[in-house]
Design a protein. Structure first.
Ligand SMILES: Cc1cc2nc3c(=O)[nH]c(=O)nc-3n(C[C@H](O)[C@H](O)[C@H](O)COP(=O)(O)OP(=O)(O)OC[C@H]3O[C@@H](n4cnc5c(N)ncnc54)[C@H](O)[C@@H]3O)c2cc1C
Ligand code: HEM
Ligand code: SF4
Ligand code: FES
Lengths: 670, 247, 223
C-alpha cells in the first residue's frame, strides 16, 4: 500500500482553513447515532473524548488507571508552548512552526506542524476558560518562560505542574460529559486488541482489570491515545504502567509504525542508585540555566569519588572538566537535550562518572550562588560582604527559582544540593516515533485514529521542550474533532455495530488464548526479569549512541530474550481477578517485539538526526568534528513499518518529506 | 536492612482479609518504599505465590495512584510526600512495618492494598468543572486579567492529586479537604463564578451521598496531605455553601 | 435552606452555632458566679434576678436547654455517622502523628461534660425548680435572707463533688481547646486559623473552666 499523507493542496498557511471549509460534516441529529471509542484519556485522549462528546457523539473512553486524572500527562512539569506573542518579542505562528521543524532536525511533516502552530493559541484560550490556573504576572496577565532551542518566551506554565493542570482541565471537561451521559468512562480497563470489520476499525477487546473479564466494545471509529513507549527501556521517566500495547496491537492489525528509533533521552534526570531501581525521575530542564555541568578532569579523582573517598567539593577548579563549556563554547550548558545527553554518556563511558554506578555527572550551582549573591549584595548596597553573606544571598535566589526541584532531589537522594553538587544522568523521556498517521490523524487502517505521543507526531527526530503538551491538546481539542467528522459523515446510516459477529469472536479468542497461555505457562522467571534484560540491551546498544554492529547484536539479543520469555515467563494467580503480573506480562511481550523493530529502524537509518545518533554518521573534520551528521539526500523520509510477523521481517514504507517553506540547515551549537 | 512486613491481604472485594507477615532482607536505605515492595513481590512470584497488589503509576508523587497506610499513617511517616516518594531511610534495620490499604466505607478494598476511589470521580462529575465547550472562538486568554494572588491561591488548591490520603487519615473518613480544594479552585477564579452556587451544592450533596463522614476540624488531613492542601479550603467551601443557600 | 441543614456542612454549621451559644452562656454564667468570691450580696442579687426574671426564665432558659440538648444530640448523631463512614478499622493507627488528643476525643470530653450537666441539674436546677414552681416560693429567701449564697457554699462542702466538678471543668477546657477554633472554622471564618484567634481561643478555653474551678475550690476551702 502506498502511503498517502493526504496533505491538502495550497499554500501552507491556508491548508488547514481551506480543509475545514471543505470537509463533510455530520449534522447534530446524526451524531447521536454514532459511537466513538477513545482509548487513553491523557491530554490527547481526554481532550478528544470531551470535545467529541460536546459535539454530540457517543463516546466510550478507556484508561488503565482508576481515573483519567492519573494519565502520565500529569507528570509534565515545564510548560506548554503557544504562539500568542503576549511578550511582544516577535513570536508568530510561522516562528513556532519554524522552530518546531528545525528542532525536530527536519524530519517532520511541514503541513502538520504548521497546523499545530496555528491552533496553539486556541489551546491557551480554551484552558483558561476551563479554569486552568496558569501563572500570571502582577498585572493579572499570563506569564511566560522560555525553553531550550528557541529565541522567544512562549511557554505558558502552572508552577512546576503544567501537565497536571492541563490534564485536570481536560478531565473536568470529560467529567461534565460523563455527568451528561455522553461519555461512558471505563476506568481500570486495558485495550488488548482492535477489531476490524470489512477493513475498518469497528471496536476493541478490553480487559476489565478488576474482574479480569474480557469485554467487547463496538464503535464507528476508534481513537488510540495511549501515550509513548519509553518503557521499552525498562527505566524511563514514564509511569510504571505506560505501555505500547494498544499501539503495537493496532500495528499488528495493519497500522504502520513510524520512526520507532526516534527517542528523546533527557539529560537532567536523577541517576540510578542501584539494581532495584524501578523508574527515573526528571529534573526540569530549566536547571541548566544556572547549573554548570562537570566531571573530574583526572581519572584518579573520578575513581576516588566513585569509591566514596573524595567529595566533589574537595576538587579544585582546575581539576574539574566543564565538558559542555569546553566542547560547545557558544551554547555551553544550554546545548539541546540530545547533545547534552550524549556528552554526559561520553564522559561516563570514559570512566569519569561520579557515583557508585559510574553513571552520573555533576550539576553544580556553586557558581550561580556566588554570582547571584554578589549581585544581590550590590543591589542591597552591602559593602565588602563576607563569603557567608554572599552565599546566603545567593542561595535565597536559587531557592526562589528552583526550591521545589531541590527539595524533590533531596527527598530522593538524601543530599543537600545547595551544599554539594547535584548528580544527574540522562534518561529515556519521550518517544517521537509512533503509529503513522496522515494529515487527518488516521492510521493506515480506515477509521482507526492515533493522537498524542502515541502517534509519530509532529516532532520529527527530536521534540522541543513544552511541545508535547501542545501537540496532545491540539490533536484532541482542535484537530481530530474535525477530521474524524469528515470520515464519519459516511457512517450516519450504518447503525449500531453489533459485537456478536465473527470478527469480534476471533479477536476475543486470540486475546483469551494469550492470557490463558500466561496463566498456564510453567515458567521460572518473573516478567520483570525479562523486562530488565530487554531494557539493558536497549540502553546499551540502542540508547544514546548507536552503531551497526551494536544494532545487529541488539536485534539478535532481543529476539533471544523474546523466545526465552515465551518459554520461561511465570505469571501467578488467575485470569479472572485483578492480576498485576498478568497485565505486565502482556505489556512486556509487546515491548519485546517493538524493541526489535526499534533496533531495526535504527539500523536502517544510517544518518544521525535528532535523538537518533549513529556513530558512523559524524562530521569528520572542520569545526563540527565529531558532531552528529544528518543526511538529507538519502534520509529525508519517514520510515513507516508494516507488520509481517517477526519484527525483523517488517517491511519499510517511506513517506518522503518535502520542505517547501523551510530551508534545511545543519544544527550547530559550537 | 532486614524487615518484617505486616500486610493486609484480601483476595477481592467480597473476601475477608487479614494481616499476613512477610520478611524481606538486604533492603537498601536508598530504595523507595515501593521498590522495597517490588523486592517482596519478586520474592513472592519466584516462590509461586501471588504478589501483593498495590496501586502505583508515576512513582514521582503526582498521579495520586499510590495509596498505602504505613505504620498508622497515610503515605507513611514522612511529610509532604506520597507513598512512592517515601524512602527506606525512614526505617531502621529490624523494624516491623504495618501496611494497610486506605480505609473508609466509601473506599472499598478491591484487592490487597488496592482501593476503589470512584466516589471521588462521582463528586467531580457532580460539578467539578466549568461549563465551556471547546471551540476555536473562546475569548482571548488575556482578555480576562486575574490577580496574581487569586491565580496563585487557585493553583495551590488545584495541586490536589486526588490520592485520598485525607479521607484515609481522617478519623471521620471525611472528604472535605479534597472537595474543598476543588470548590476553592473555581471559587477563586472569575471563570468559576457563574456556576459557583450550583457547583458547591451539587458537589457537597454528592459527597454526602457517597457516605463520607463529617469534618470535625482535627486537621489531620492537612498534615498528611502530600500536597499541603490547606484547611483554609474547607473553610472556604463552608462559606461557599452558606452563601449558595442564602442567596 | 431546609436542605442546607440536612447536608454535612449544614450540620457542622448548626453544631458550631449551638457551640457559640454555649460558649457565650458560659461567660455569663461565670460572670455571675465569680461575684460569689467578692460579695455575697451581689451574688444573691444577681442570682435572684436570673432566677425570677420572666425573660430569663421563660425565654433564655428554654433556649439554653434546647441549645445544650441540640448540641449533644447533634454531637452523637455526627459521631455515629462518622463511625459508619469509617469502614474496617486500621490494625495500626497513629492519630497522634497528625492531630491533637482533644480533637480526636470531643465525644468523650463532651460525654464527661454531659455527665456533669446532669449532676449539675440534680444539684442546682431541680431543687430550684422544685422550690420555685412546685412549691411556688419565688421569694428566693430562706431564714430571712437570700438563700443562694448559702446553698452554693453548702454544695461545695463535699470533696467528692468538688473533685467531680474539677475533673469536669478540666474536660471542658480540653473540649474547648479544640472546639473554640473549630467552631470558627466550621463557620468558614478564615481567621479561625489565624494566630490571634487561636491565642484568644486558648485563653478562653483555659480561663473560663479555671474560673469555675477556682470558685468551687474557694468555697470548699473557705467554709
Ligand atoms: C516526566 C515528564 C515530564 C514532561 N514534561 C513535559 C513538558 O514540560 N512539556 C511538554 O510539552 N511535554 C512534557 N512531557 C511529555 C508529555 O507529558 C507527554 O508526551 C504527553 O503528556 C503524552 O500525552 P498523551 O495523552 O499522549 O498520553 P498519556 O498522558 O501518557 O496518556 C495515556 C493514556 O492511555 C491510557 N492507556 C495506555 N495504554 C492503554 C491500554 N492498553 N488500554 C487502555 N488505556 C491505555 C492510559 O491509561 C492513559 O490514560 C513530559 C513527559 C514526562 C514523562
Ligand atoms: C457547655 C458545654 C459545652 C460547650 C461550651 C461546648 C463547646 C463546643 C464547641 C465550641 C465545639 C466545636 C464546634 C464546631 O467544631 O463546630 C463543640 C463540639 C462538640 N461538642 Fe461540645 N460543648 C459543650 C458540651 C458538649 C456536650 C454536653 C457534648 C455531649 C456529648 C458535646 C459534644 C461535642 C462534640 C461531639 C463535638 C464535636 C462535633 C463537631 O465538631 O462537629 N459538647 N463543643
Ligand atoms: S487533598 Fe491532599 S490528601 Fe486529599 S486527595 Fe487531595 S492531595 Fe490527596
Ligand atoms: S505512584 Fe503516582 S503519586 Fe505515587
Amino acid at each position: 500500500m502506498a502511503l498517502d499523507s493526504k496533505v491538502p493542496k495550497g499554500p501552507i498557511k491556508d491548508k488547514w482553513t481551506d480543509y475545514k471549509n471543505h470537509i463533510d460534516l455530520v449534522n447534530p441529529a446524526n451524531k447521536r447515532h454514532i459511537d466513538i471509542i477513545v482509548v487513553g484519556t491523557g491530554l490527547a485522549g481526554g481532550s478528544a473524548a470531551a470535545t467529541l462528546a460536546e459535539l454530540g457523539y457517543n463516546v466510550k473512553a478507556f484508561a488503565y488507571q482508576d481515573s483519567p486524572r492519573r494519565a502520565h500527562s500529569i507528570a509534565a512539569q515545564g510548560g506548554i508552548n503557544a504562539a500568542k506573542n503576549y511578550q511582544g518579542d516577535g513570536d508568530s505562528t510561522y516562528r513556532l512552526f519554524y522552530d518546531t521543524v528545525k528542532g525536530g532536525d527536519y524530519r517532520s511533516r511541514e503541513a502538520n506542524v504548521h497546523r499545530l502552530a496555528e491552533v496553539s493559541g486556541n489551546i491557551i484560550d480554551q484552558c483558561v476558560a476551563q479554569g486552568v490556573p496558569f501563572a500570571r504576572d502582577y498585572g493579572g496577565l499570563l506569564d511566560n518562560r522560555s525553553f531550550g532551542g528557541v529565541l522567544v518566551s512562549r511557554t505558558f506554565y502552572a508552577k512546576g505542574q503544567t501537565g497536571q493542570q492541563l490534564l485536570l482541565g481536560a478531565y473536568s471537561a470529560m467529567n461534565r460529559q460523563i455527568a451528561r451521559g455522553k461519555i461512558e468512562m471505563f476506568n481500570r480497563h486495558e485495550m488488548l486488541d482492535v477489531v476490524k470489520v470489512d477493513g475498518k476499525a469497528r471496536g476493541i477487546i478490553a480487559r476489565n482489570l478488576i474482574t479480569g473479564e474480557i469485554e467487547r466494545h463496538s464503535a464507528h471509529a476508534v481513537v488510540i491515545a495511549t501515550g509513548g513507549y519509553g518503557n521499552v527501556y525498562f527505566l524511563s521517566t514514564n509511569a510504571m504502567g505506560s505501555n505500547a500495547t494498544a499501539a503495537w496491537k493496532i500495528h499488528k492489525k495493519g497500522a504502520y509504525f513510524a520512526n520507532p528509533c526516534y527517542t528523546q533521552i533527557h539529560p537532567t534526570c536523577i541517576p540510578r542508585s542501584g539494581d532495584y531501581q524501578s523508574k527515573l525521575t526528571l529534573m526540569s530542564e530549566s536547571l541548566r540555566n544556572d547549573g554548570r555541568i562537570w566531571v573530574p578532569a583526572k581519572i584518579e579523582d573520578a575513581q576516588a569519588i566513585q569509591q566514596g573517598k573524595l567529595k566533589p567539593t574537595d576538587l579544585a577548579e582546575e581539576d574539574r572538566d566543564y565538558y559542555l563549556e569546553r566542547r560547545y563554547p557558544a551554547f555551553g550548558n544550554l546545548v539541546p537535550r540530545d547533545v547534552a545527553s550524549r556528552a554526559a554518556k561520553e564522559r561516563c563511558d570514559a570512566g569519569y562518572g561520579v557515583n557508585a554506578t559510574g553513571e552520573a555527572v555533576y550539576l553544580d550551582f556553586a557558581a550561580a550562588i556566588q554570582r547571584y549573591g554578589k549581585e544581590q549584595a550590590k543591589i542591597q548596597n552591602i559593602d565588602n560582604p563576607s563569603e557567608g553573606k554572599i552565599y546566603e544571598l545567593g542561595q535565597a535566589i536559587v531557592e526562589a527559582k528552583y526550591g521545589n526541584l531541590f527539595q524533590m532531589y533531596e527527598k530522593i537522594v538524601d543530599e543537600n544540593p545547595y551544599k554539594t553538587p547535584m548528580m544527574i544522568y540522562p534518561a529515556t523521556h519521550y518517544t517521537m516515533g509512533g503509529v503513522w498517521v496522515d494529515y487527518n490523524l488516521m492510521t493506515t487502517v480506515e477509521g482507526l485514529y492515533c493522537i498524542g505521543e502515541a502517534n509519530f507526531s509532529d516532532h520529527g527526530a527530536n521534540r522541543l521542550g513544552a511541545s508535547a503538551l501542545m501537540q496532545g491538546l491540539a490533536d484532541g481539542y482542535f484537530v481530530l474533532p474535525y477530521t474524524i467528522g469528515d470520515y464519519l459523515s459516511d457512517d450516519i446510516r450504518t447503525g449500531k455495530i453489533p459485537t456478536d459477529t465473527k470478527e469480534f469472536d476471533e479477536a476475543e479468542k486470540e486475546v483469551k488464548g494469550r492470557i490463558d497461555f500466561f496463566i498456564n505457562n510453567n515458567g521460572t522467571k518473573s516478567v520483570d526479569h525479562f523486562h530488565k534484560r530487554l531494557g539493558k540491551v536497549m540502553w546499551d546498544k540502542v540508547g544514546m549512541a548507536r552503531n551497526e554492529k551494536g544494532l545487529k547484536e541488539a536485534m539478535a539479543e532481543i529476539k533471544a530474550i523474546r523466545e526465552e520469555f515465551w518459554k520461561e515467563v511465570k505469571v501467578p494467580g488467575s485470569a479472572d481477578e485483578m492480576n498485576t503480573e498478568l497485565e505486565k506480562a502482556g505489556r512486556v511481550a509487546d515491548f519485546l517485539e517493538l524493541g526489535e523493530l526499534f533496533a531495526k529502524d535504527a539500523l536502517v537509518r544510517e544518518e544521525s538526526c535528532g535523538g537518533h545518533f549513529r556513530e558512523e554518521s559524524v562530521e569528520l573534520d572542520g569545526p563540527q568534528k565529531g558532531e552528529a551528521k544528518r543526511n538529507d539526500k538519502d534520509f529525508a523520509f519517514v520510515s513507516a513499518w508494516e507488520y509481517k510477523g517477526e519484527p525483523a521481517d517488517a517491511v519499510l514504507h517511506k513517506e518522503e518529506l518535502e520542505f517547501n517553506d523551510i530551508e534545511l540547515k545543519q544544527r550547530s551549537y559550537k | 536492612m532486614n524487615l518484617t512486613l505486616k500486610i493486609w491481604r484480601q483476595k477481592d472485594s467480597n473476601a475477608k482479609g487479614q494481616m499476613v507477615d512477610y520478611k524481606v532482607t538486604d533492603i537498601s536505605e536508598h530504595m523507595s518504599f515501593l521498590e522495597m515492595m517490588d523486592v517482596l513481590n519478586e520474592q513472592l512470584v519466584n516462590a509461586g505465590e501471588e504478589p501483593v497488589a498495590f496501586d502505583h503509576d508515576c512513582r514521582e508523587g503526582i498521579c495520586g495512584m499510590c495509596s498505602m497506610y504505613i505504620n498508622g499513617e497515610a503515605h507513611g511517616p514522612d511529610r509532604g510526600i506520597t507513598t512512592c516518594q517515601l524512602h527506606m531511610r525512614m526505617f531502621n534495620d529490624g523494624d516491623t512495618i504495618t501496611i494497610e490499604p486506605f480505609r473508609a466505607a466509601a473506599f472499598p478494598v478491591i484487592k490487597d492494598l488496592v482501593v476503589d476511589r470512584m466516589a471521588f470521580e462521582r463528586i467531580q462529575q457532580a460539578g467539578g468543572y466549568i461549563s465551556v465547550n471547546t471551540s476555536g472562538n473562546t475569548q482571548d486568554a488575556n482578555s480576562l486579567p486575574i490577580s496574581k494572588h487569586a491565580a496563585d491561591e487557585a493553583m495551590d488548591a488545584a495541586t490536589c492529586i486526588g490520592c485520598g490520603a485525607c479521607v484515609a487519615t481522617c478519623k471521620n473518613s471525611s472528604a472535605m479537604l479534597f472537595v474543598g480544594a476543588k470548590v476553592s479552585q473555581y471559587a477563586l477564579l472569575p471563570q468559576g463564578q457563574v456556576e459557583a452556587a450550583d457547583r458547591v451544592k451539587n458537589m457537597v450533596a454528592q459527597m454526602d451521598l457517597e457516605g463520607f463522614g463529617n469534618c470535625t476540624n482535627t486537621g489531620a488531613c492537612e498534615v498528611e496531605c502530600p500536597k499541603g492542601i490547606s484547611l483554609e479550603n474547607i473553610a472556604r467551601m463552608n462559606r461557599e455553601l452558606m452563601k449558595a443557600n442564602i442567596s | 435552606m431546609g436542605g442546607f441543614f440536612k447536608s454535612s456542612i449544614g450540620r457542622k454549621v448548626a453544631m458550631a452555632l449551638s457551640a457559640f451559644f454555649l460558649m457565650f452562656f458560659l461567660i455569663i454564667h461565670l460572670a455571675v458566679n465569680i461575684t460569689s468570691l467578692f460579695s455575697e450580696g451581689v451574688f444573691n442579687e444577681l442570682s435572684h434576678f436570673m432566677g425570677t426574671n420572666p425573660l430569663v426564665q421563660f425565654a433564655l432558659q428554654p433556649v439554653l436547654i434546647f441549645g445544650v440538648v441540640f448540641h449533644f444530640v447533634m454531637g452523637f448523631v455526627l459521631e455515629l455517622k462518622n463511625k459508619k463512614a469509617n469502614g474496617v478499622k486500621y490494625a495500626k493507627n497513629n492519630g497522634a502523628a497528625n492531630s491533637t488528643w482533644m480533637s480526636r476525643n470531643m465525644i468523650y470530653s463532651g460525654l464527661a461534660i454531659l455527665a456533669f450537666i446532669v449532676l449539675h441539674f440534680i444539684d442546682f436546677w431541680f431543687p430550684e425548680i422544685n422550690t420555685k414552681y412546685i412549691q411556688g416560693d419565688m421569694s428566693g429567701m430562706h431564714d430571712g435572707s437570700f438563700r443562694y449564697f448559702h446553698e452554693l457554699q453548702h454544695k461545695f462542702l463535699s470533696p467528692a463533688r468538688v473533685g467531680a466538678y474539677v475533673v469536669a471543668f478540666i474536660l471542658l477546657a480540653l473540649h474547648l481547646l479544640h472546639g473554640f477554633t473549630s467552631a470558627f472554622q466550621s463557620m468558614g471564618v478564615t481567621a479561625g486559623r489565624k494566630k490571634a484567634l487561636q491565642t484568644f481561643g486558648k485563653i478562653y478555653s483555659i480561663v473560663i473552666p479555671l474560673g469555675f474551678i477556682i470558685i468551687a475550690l474557694y468555697h470548699h476551702l473557705n467554709h
